[in-house]
Design a protein around this ligand. Structure first.
Ligand SMILES: [Mg+2]
Length: 267
């Protein structure tokens, strides 16, 4: 989950001005956390409040997404999410946007079984991104993180994503250059498989995040997704964790700490 935060912060300065290179400074004064970090931590806080169970998780996810996006209302959110958070009765709006995939990593870490991880993913996603493609994107990221964290061979993880979710029949080299042409880049279908490939071709968290920035598109979200998977497989170097944490304020830092404390050493 901190991997998503790292990716979001590193990718933040490239969201509107793509870098399309792997050669850049990871952390600069232009970096900042965005909606990807806020929503990832909102899901984590909801999971903690529900004791990592499904009970009340949908209601708590709605509450945390609302509260934190209100607290950070100066950030840029999706247009439909903005309408949703202002409604009295917050109903799912069948989004298939990549917001489903960037915020879900906590579910993979909180669950003890893959089945449970996917059930948690469906609940936290379904409160907004109830479109089948939204649920699919979140599930694909959850499954990748869950398996990678347990040391499943990454070629096997990639094979399972290919069989169950998206055709993983391309390399980054294949899509570099053409990826941004004529695609709606903020959908799960047009960003989750690409972000996961950035992870599958990486050997470290830093490597995955650099890959994500290098293909252009929705850089902070691609890097958040790739980073969340890479952190599960390769861990997070202490120096990178510390640098990312420096961008968070006390409230977000405390949610992060509470989630990690609730996870304990075993998960
Ligand atoms: Mg963002």
């Amino acid at each position: 989950m901190l991997g998503a935060v790292v990716g979001d912060i590193v990718g933040s300065r490239f969201e509107h001005v793509n870098a399309r290179t792997r050669d850049f400074e990871l952390f600069t004064d232009a970096c900042h956390f965005t909606d990807d970090t806020v929503h990832t931590l909102a899901v984590c806080r909801a999971l903690v409040r529900c004791g990592f169970t499904r009970e009340n998780l949908a209601r708590e996810t709605v509450r945390q997404l609302s509260e934190l996006s209100e607290a950070y209302s100066r950030l840029s959110y999706g247009a439909r999410f903005n309408l949703w958070r202002l409604q009295e009765e917050k109903l799912p709006y069948a989004s298939c946007g990549n917001g489903a995939a960037m915020r879900v990593s906590g579910c993979a870490l909180a669950a003890r079984t893959l089945e449970e991880a996917l059930a948690l993913s469906d609940i936290v996603t379904g409160v907004t991104h109830s479109h089948p493609d939204g649920l699919r994107g979140a599930r694909a990221v959850t499954e990748t993180i869950f398996l990678a964290r347990r040391g499943v061979d990454l070629s096997e993880v990639r094979r399972r994503i290919h069989e169950n979710y998206y055709p993983m029949d391309f390399t980054l080299e294949d899509i570099r250059g053409d990826y941004c042409r004529g695609l709606r880049l903020n959908t799960c279908a047009n960003s989750v498989p690409q972000a996961l490939q950035c992870f599958f071709e990486a050997h470290s968290l830093e490597d995955a995040v650099r890959n994500a920035v290098s293909i252009g598109g929705d850089s902070d979200t691609l890097a958040a997704i790739a980073g969340s998977a890479a952190a599960a497989a390769f861990g997070i170097p202490a120096e990178i964790a510390q640098q990312a944490a420096n961008y968070l304020d006390a409230r977000l830092g405390s949610i992060l700490e509470q989630f990690e404390a609730a996870l304990g050493g075993e998960r």
